[in-house]
Write a protein that binds this ligand. Structure first.
Ligand SMILES: [Cu+2]
Length: 166
């Protein structure tokens, strides 16, 4: 999953550069082949193409890094399913898969000073946990029922989910 995302990102960046350079060189190639006169591209157009290419790269980074929820698999430690979640502009990973009937420990490391993220709520598990900045705070519960359980910041602006499987 992680490797796949990285390859996708690299491929996208490569494609963006290729497209940007083709877009920049095409007018020149045309004017050379016509052999009549060389049309110098206005600088604003070149800047526009460069900015457009960068915007494209940014859009693709966004698509791969942010828009797709990152998934985390729990590692079992002394019978407890542990997952580390970094709180920084949201929850990373925001999707966690665990097994039913086994204790879960989510270790929230809060890196984001935004007061919006100073609490994490698990409504189905009746948990409202304060998160201290730059510290790891464990949240523990045992999911007894298969399903998808959302968690969020205090105001519900940032969200994640725990998928409980058989
Ligand atoms: Cu919030």
């Amino acid at each position: 999953m992680k490797n796949y995302s990285l390859i996708s990102i690299l491929a996208s960046i490569g494609m963006s550069f290729a497209m940007a350079s083709v877009a920049m060189e095409m007018p020149e190639t045309n004017s050379k082949s016509s052999q009549i006169q060389r049309i110098e591209q206005p600088i604003p157009l070149k800047i526009g193409v460069a900015v457009g290419g960068l915007a494209l790269i940014g859009a693709q980074l966004w698509w791969f890094l942010i828009s797709k929820p990152k998934s985390g698999q729990a590692a079992t430690n002394n019978g407890v399913q542990e997952v580390s979640i970094t709180v920084d502009g949201g929850y990373i990973p925001s999707q966690v898969t665990v097994k039913r009937g086994q204790p879960v420990r989510l270790k929230f490391l809060r890196r984001d000073p935004n007061s919006c993220l100073d609490k994490v709520l698990f409504p189905e598990f009746h948990i409202a946990q304060d998160l201290v900045l730059n510290e790891t705070t464990p949240v523990e519960f045992t999911p007894e029922t298969v399903g998808n359980y959302e968690f969020s910041c205090g105001m519900g602006m940032f969200k994640g989910a725990i998928a409980v499987e058989e």
